[in-house]
Ligand binder design. Structure first.
Ligand code: FES
Length: 161
């Protein structure tokens, strides 16, 4: 491990400890602690499991069993930007599949996940709440409607720089 790696790991542990100790609700649990850490650093690295176990007086196995039960927890860092593609009924009728195909091609993925350069996290969404504007996508929760395969691919190119 290099000095830079050690500094990064120390900083990560400090962020995790701060998130754990900043919980304000009356009942603090393993679940609330994991949520607090993910809200703070956007994923749960190994350090989060260990620090949560220390903080809650649990074992790492107990913390891991909670973390792995809930599908909303992620264990790898997200991309710099999140791209949601709506494939709900209205957007599907309006061409969401063609948009999804274009984005997959542009981003180099065949399913949800991180682009190879780590710039974009691609997620599917069952309705972004703007069906009349479909087909819809969202960048970091900012909705963009009336998409075409070309416009969505262009947005992906811009996100990846
Ligand atoms: S189905 Fe796409 S926004 Fe509702």
């Amino acid at each position: 491990m290099t000095t830079a790696d050690t500094k990064q790991s120390t900083s990560l542990r400090e962020q995790i400890r701060k998130a754990l100790s900043s919980q304000r609700q009356p009942t603090v649990t393993v679940l609330s602690s994991l949520l607090a850490v993910q809200d703070s650093i956007h994923y749960l690295p190994d350090e989060a499991i260990k620090e949560t176990a220390n903080f809650c007086g649990s074992t790492t196995n107990e913390v891991w069993s909670v973390a792995s039960f809930y599908t909303n927890f992620r264990f790898t860092p997200p991309g710099e930007k999140t791209l949601d593609i709506c494939w709900g009924p209205s957007c599907h009728i309006l061409g969401a599949q063609q948009i999804l195909n274009a984005v997959h091609r542009e981003i180099g993925l065949t399913e949800e996940g991180e682009s190879p350069d780590g710039k974009v996290t691609l997620k599917y969404n069952t309705c972004l709440g703007a069906c009349a504007q479909g087909p819809c996508i969202a960048i970091d929760h900012h909705l963009i409607g009336k998409q075409t395969p070309e416009s969505a691919a262009r947005i992906v190119r811009e996100l990846r720089g």
